[in-house]
Design a protein around this ligand. Structure first.
Ligand SMILES: [Cu+2]
Length: 322
């Protein structure tokens, strides 16, 4: 899938796109259908009772009949329903897996205020590959996520793929998901985590295995250094303005993990954790007016410090880091 792919639709658990999501959707329908049926039944009984009371007031219901309703409807019925639901839920709960299944791809994700660090293992070298805010996965293969947080509690949720898991500082939680076929879906931090919680979205892009492997191999490479004079000016301005104090561009600057890894930022669908689509114009606007696009984000706006042509050249260099 290329960067120009159409924007993924709003996240919905009703558009299940994988086995875990299918199962959760089935459970949801059983609960929705069951509660609706019980609600209608109770309302019908209530209407009946009111009608009867009007008709033969003030005669009370015979004791035996009243008892039957009380114990039957008030105790036995809810007990049967709840016990049945308990076993239904037990049967459908996804197994908790302390170790990933052998065929699973393992991806580490760390929540930050307010973006996502995403880590892969390079199958060729074993080195860690770091990216941000977009999770590419191979379609049809289970993906085992190790989830943690660098600051406060966040929660990882991609409704179309199912499941939701809190990300806790100092702990690694697990979630096993799978996409049936290629596609792109939006996810969202699902635990209030401060000012920009609402703009802490992420995208999951599932690709055919061969395309995924090619993407991962590209991500493993450092940023290209074969640059035109124009692009080199952008890179030099990036370094001169100390953007690298917070951002890593592999092959260009030392590692810093205060902000998203930008080594291949040009390959992502969105900027700022789903805040704006990743186009060259939006990229320049993001760097110039970060605090306007995402007030409170832990990156300063640059328009006061850096003149426009310089900002444009930085943006042009970043955009071609595919
Ligand atoms: Cu949040």
């Amino acid at each position: 899938m290329s960067r120009s792919a159409t924007a993924p639709p709003s996240p919905s658990a009703f558009d299940a796109a994988g086995p875990v999501a299918d199962m959760l959707l089935e459970v949801s329908w059983v609960l929705i259908g069951g509660t609706a049926a019980i609600f209608v039944l109770v309302m019908a009984l209530l209407a009946l009772a009111v009608r009867r009371a009007r008709r033969n007031a003030p005669r009370a219901m015979p004791r035996a009949q009243a008892r039957w309703w009380l114990y039957g409807g008030g105790l036995a019925f809810p007990a049967v329903v709840l016990v049945a639901l308990f076993f239904y839920d037990e049967r459908h709960r996804p197994a908790w897996r302390p170790v990933p299944p052998a065929d699973a791809l393992v991806i580490g994700i760390t929540g930050h205020m307010w973006w996502w660090e995403v880590r892969y293992r390079d199958p060729a070298s074993g080195a860690e590959i770091r990216t941000a805010n977009e999770v590419r996965i191979p379609a049809g293969r289970p993906v085992y996520f190790g989830l943690t947080s660098a600051d406060v509690i966040h929660s990882f949720w991609v409704p179309a793929l199912g499941g939701k898991m809190d990300m806790l500082p100092g702990r690694v939680q697990h979630l096993l998901l799978q996409a049936d076929g290629p596609g792109a879906w939006r996810g969202q931090c699902a635990e209030y985590c401060g000012e920009q919680h609402a703009r802490m979205a992420l995208h999951v892009v599932a690709e055919e295995p061969a395309a995924f492997d090619a993407w991962l191999a590209a991500q493993a490479r450092p940023a290209g250094t074969d640059l035109t004079a124009n692009l080199a000016r952008g890179r030099d301005a990036f370094l001169a303005n100390r953007c690298n104090a917070c951002h890593t561009v592999r092959g260009v600057s030392e590692e810093s993990r205060l902000g998203p890894d930008l080594t291949h930022v040009g390959s992502r669908l969105y900027l700022g954790a789903g805040t704006v689509p990743n186009t060259p114009d939006q990229l320049a606007a993001w760097v110039a007016h970060t605090q306007q696009a995402k007030p409170g984000a832990r990156m300063p706006s640059s328009h006061e410090r850096i003149d426009d042509p310089t900002l444009q050249s930085i943006a042009r260099w970043l955009a071609q880091l595919q």
